[in-house]
Design a protein around this ligand. Structure first.
Ligand code: FES
Length: 107
């Protein structure tokens, strides 16, 4: 159970004991993290699960597929170098200590 910290746009931090083997998005919803909406339920079709991964951890996560890359173009908040769709990131024990920034808006 890696500890992952979600940081709201206003700087409020929420540390959760994440479940490995399921997506970062599912972990956010399970732990009532408001900044992730996930309207499509994890099908990579809505971009309302947008988040920003710290550079240190980005390298530990498999590179995005083309559908995630395209969908990020529809995210409400402008894309940055660490942008990912949290439904496309599977949590592993390697992500212990990861910090995930949340955008101010998802749609
Ligand atoms: S939940 Fe819709 S794209 Fe991630």
């Amino acid at each position: 159970m890696p500890n992952i910290t979600f940081v709201d746009a206003d700087g409020t931090r929420h540390e959760v004991a994440a479940k490995a083997g399921v997506s970062l998005m599912e972990n956010a919803l399970t732990n009532n993290i408001d900044g992730i909406e996930a309207e499509c339920g994890g099908s990579c079709m809505c971009a309302t699960c947008h988040c920003f991964i710290d550079e240190e951890y980005a390298a530990k996560i498999p590179a995005m597929e083309s559908d995630e890359d395209e969908m990020l173009g529809f995210a409400a908040e402008e894309r940055r170098p660490g942008s990912r769709l949290s439904c496309q990131i599977k949590v592993t024990d390697d992500l212990e200590g990861m910090v995930v920034q949340l955008p101010a808006e998802q749609n």
